[in-house]
Design a protein around this ligand. Structure first.
Ligand SMILES: Nc1ncnc2c1ncn2[C@@H]1O[C@H](COP(=O)(O)OP(=O)(O)OP(=O)(O)O)[C@@H](O)[C@H]1O
Ligand SMILES: [Mg+2]
Length: 350
C-alpha cells in the first residue's frame, strides 16, 4: 500500500525467518526513453558501491548472492499499515546538481515524472549509503546504546524485471512521532517527551560517531516502536557522510521548521552535527508544545527570517529547566550551541 508521498512503503515478511520488515520501493529510472538523461544511475552502480568491498556482512547485497542466497520477501495477507499524509508541512529539498535537467541543454527535457523519479532514486541511494556506512562503522563505536534508536538496514533487493529497487528495513510498528504528537491535544507530557528525547539524543550521538549526519531530523522521520516504546530514527535520504572529523557540508537540506539558521544562511559550509542538534531542539519544543517553535504559514521568507533571528516564544506551561535546555540548543552561532554530551548532562534530562 502507498503510505508515503515519495515512496511506497510496504510491510513484508522474510520467508525463512518470518521476520516482519518494511520495504521502501522506488521505481528505477531506466526506462528505455530515460537512458540518455539518466546515464550512470543504473541499479548496478548502487549495489556495487564501495561499502560492500571490505565487508563480509550477511546483509550486503552482491551479484554472487543473487542465485543461491537471495532473501525472499512476501506480503503478509492480513497486515496493513496506514499513515496520514503530511500536507501541511513546508519542505524544501535542494536538488543535487546532477538531477537538474538543464545541465544537459542539448538533450530533450525529461518530463516532470522522470525528474521526480530520478530525484527520489538519488534520495534512496543516499539513504542506502548512509545506512550502510553506519553498519560498517558501528563496531568502532564504544557506546553502542544509541544503535537501538536507529532503524536497522537489512537489505537492498533489486527487481530488474519490474525496474524497482527495494530497500528493506526493520519494520517499526507504532507509526511516526509526528502522528503521535498530533494524537495529543496539547503535545506530549514532559515525562514522555524526555523519554523519547533521551533516546533521540543517544541515536544521533551514535550516528555522528559513525560519521553520519542526518540533516533532516523531524518527528515525521522518527518512528515509534509500539512494543518497546522506543524511538527509531529513520529516513536517511538526506544524510551526509563526514569524510574527516572536520568535514563540513554546503547542501541546503532539511525542513524549514527544523533546519538550522547556518544551513539556511548559506554563508559558509556548515557542521552537520551542529545542525542536527538544532533540529533536536526544534523537535523537543514541538513534542511538548504541540506546535513548532518557528512557523509562519504561507510565507517562506518570513519563516526563514524568523529562524535566522531565532525568534520564538515558549508556551506558558514550559518548565524553567526545559526552557533553559531549549535556549541552549536554539543558539544562532553553531559553535556556542550546546553539545550532545552537555544535553545529556543538563538538569532537565535527569
Ligand atoms: N521501517 C519502517 N517501518 C514502518 N514504517 C515505516 C518505515 N520506514 C518508513 N515508514 C513509514 O513511511 C513513511 C515515510 O518514510 P520515510 O520518511 O522514510 O520516507 P520519505 O522519503 O520521507 O517520504 P515522504 O517524503 O513521502 O514522507 C514514514 O513516516 C513511516 O510512516
Ligand atoms: Mg521522511
Amino acid at each position: 500500500m502507498i503510505i508515503s508521498n515519495n515512496f511506497r512503503v510496504k510491510l513484508a515478511k522474510h520467508k525463512a525467518t518470518e521476520e516482519l520488515v518494511a520495504i521502501k520501493i522506488i521505481a528505477v529510472p531506466v526506462d528505455e526513453d530515460d537512458d540518455d538523461e539518466f546515464e550512470g544511475v543504473e541499479v548496478v552502480d548502487l549495489v556495487g558501491d564501495d561499502y560492500d568491498d571490505d565487508d563480509d556482512d550477511d546483509d550486503d547485497y552482491s551479484d554472487e548472492d543473487e542465485s543461491n542466497n537471495q532473501i525472499q520477501y512476501e506480503e503478509p495477507a492480513a497486515l496493513t499499515i496506514t499513515v496520514e499524509e503530511n500536507t501541511s508541512r513546508t519542505e524544501f529539498k535542494e536538488k543535487s546538481k546532477t538531477s537538474q535537467p538543464q545541465q544537459e541543454p542539448q538533450k530533450k527535457e525529461p518530463n516532470r515524472n522522470q525528474v521526480l523519479k530520478k530525484m527520489h532514486f538519488e534520495v534512496v541511494q543516499q539513504e542506502i549509503m548512509g545506512l550502510k556506512h553506519i553498519s560498517k562503522m558501528k563496531q568502532t563505536v564504544k557506546d553502542q546504546e544509541g544503535a537501538k534508536y536507529i532503524v536497522k538496514f537489512i537489505d537492498v533487493v533489486e527487481d530488474a524485471a519490474k525496474q524497482k529497487l527495494n530497500v528493506v528495513l526493520e519494520y517499526i510498528s507504532g507509526g511516526d512521532l509526528f502522528t503521535v504528537i498530533e494524537s495529543e491535544d496539547f503535545g506530549l507530557s514532559e515525562k514522555r517527551a524526555r523519554h523519547y528525547f533521551r533516546q533521540m539524543v543517544k541515536g544521533v550521538e551514535f550516528m555522528h560517531n559513525c560519521n553520519v549526519c542526518h540533516r533532516d531530523l523531524k518527528p515525521e522521520n522518527i518512528l515509534v516502536d509500539e512494543e518497546t516504546d522506543c524511538v527509531k530514527i529513520g529516513d536517511f535520504g538526506h544524510c551526509g557522510i563526514l569524510k574527516r572529523d572536520d568535514s563540513k557540508f554546503t547542501t541546503v537540506c532539511g525542513t524549514f521548521n527544523y533546519v538550522a539558521p547556518e544551513v539556511l544562511a548559506q554563508e559558509a559550509p556548515y557542521d552537520g552535527r551542529k545542525a542536527d542538534i538544532w533540529s533536536l531542539g526544534c523537535i523537543l519544543f514541538t513534542m511538548i508544545a504541540g506546535i513548532y517553535p518557528f512557523d509562519i504559514e504561507d510565507d517562506v521568507q518570513a519563516l526563514v527570517q524568523q529562524v535566522m533571528d531565532v525568534k520564538y516564544e515558549f508556551p506558558p506551561f514550559f518548565a524553567p529547566k526545559l526552557k533553559d535546555l531549549i535556549k541552549q540548543i536554539l543558539v544562532r552561532d553553531p559553535d556556542s550551541r550546546i553539545t550532545l554530551e552537555q544535553i545529556q548532562n543538563h538538569p532537565w534530562m535527569k
